[in-house]
Design a protein around this ligand. Structure first.
Ligand SMILES: CC(C)(COP(=O)(O)OP(=O)(O)OC[C@H]1O[C@@H](n2cnc3c(N)ncnc32)[C@H](O)[C@@H]1OP(=O)(O)O)[C@@H](O)C(=O)NCCC(=O)NCCS
Length: 165
């Protein structure tokens, strides 16, 4: 599997994965009806660097990396991940996570923060904990899950040091 920087030409591969993820209404705040424009701005908007995972020439997942805050908070990174439903459970999410930590460290970020990990998204919570993130806060009822209703969201955080892996 190849993980490389995304270009706008990759959008045709990114869009169906984005759509499959947000249509479930269980992990991201996007409306299940989010548009191509919403998706394009999310992955290629100002200040965003996106990466894709390619397997046999097909995009199977992606992540984006950006500063979590402007100016005096810009030393903390933020990132988001999506893997194609038919490619999950094969280590792609973990590989993207490790790649992201390394890219963030190389870019000089001091820490990484996820602002909104849906508490019922146990696969993601477990993955981020394995990659060294801790739950540092709980936002009560902050996510309106499409089938479960109001559920908590977590803020997850880790420092980036030489042991970032
Ligand atoms: C979260 C996501 C990126 C994981 O991608 P993936 O390629 O399936 O993950 P991996 O195969 O690398 O799994 C790595 C670890 O994550 C955890 N994990 C992933 N999916 C899981 C699941 N459905 N149930 C339990 N644990 C899971 C496990 O700890 C797993 O380790 P293991 O293989 O040793 O058991 C993917 O499920 C996804 O795109 N989900 C929808 C979007 C999303 O939730 N993004 C993250 C928002 S915070």
């Amino acid at each position: 599997m190849l993980i490389r920087k995304a270009t706008e030409n990759d959008f045709e591969g990114i869009w169906p994965i984005f759509q499959a993820v947000v249509s479930k209404g269980d992990t991201y705040v996007f409306s299940p009806q989010a548009t191509r424009r919403d998706a394009f701005e999310y992955w290629f908007g100002p200040g965003v660097t996106s990466y894709v995972a390619e397997l046999d020439g097909r995009i199977v997942g992606m992540y984006k990396l950006m500063p979590n805050q402007r100016d005096l908070g810009s030393h903390v990174a933020n990132a988001s991940f999506m893997v194609s439903p038919d490619a999950r459970g094969n280590g792609i999410g973990a590989a993207l996570g490790r790649h992201c930590l390394e890219e963030a460290r190389k870019a000089g970020f001091k820490a990484m923060q996820f602002n909104f990990v849906v508490s019922t998204n146990t696969g993601a919570v477990e993955l981020w904990q394995k990659l060294g993130f801790k739950i540092v806060g709980t936002l009560p009822g902050a996510f309106r899950h499409l089938t479960l209703g109001f559920v908590d969201a977590y803020v997850m955080f880790r420092l980036l040091d030489e042991s970032a892996q």
